[in-house]
Design a protein around this ligand. Structure first.
Ligand SMILES: [Zn+2]
Length: 77
């Protein structure tokens, strides 16, 4: 009997959280939302891990960078 080999990587269909909430813009003052897209150390989570679409990921990145500049989020912690 031949065993069928299963793929190591399962296909996971991700949906953009911000699209589901129908958010048009990402506010740099909304720290709680932005912190969900940061690691413990303050790094921005990539699109692959966050599951955000390209449009929203761009907004998130610029919002986080501006929030860092305004000292709302840490650069490193
Ligand atoms: Zn989106």
């Amino acid at each position: 009997m031949r065993m069928q080999r299963q793929s190591k990587f399962r296909l996971i269909i991700k949906h953009c959280r911000l699209c589901q909430q129908s958010m048009e813009t990402v506010d740099y003052k909304d720290i709680q939302t932005l912190q969900r897209f940061c690691t413990q150390h303050g790094k921005i989570i990539s699109r692959k891990r966050s599951g955000a679409c390209a449009k929203h990921q761009r907004m998130i990145t610029s919002a986080i960078k501006y929030a860092r500049f305004m000292a709302l989020l840490p650069y490193v912690s």
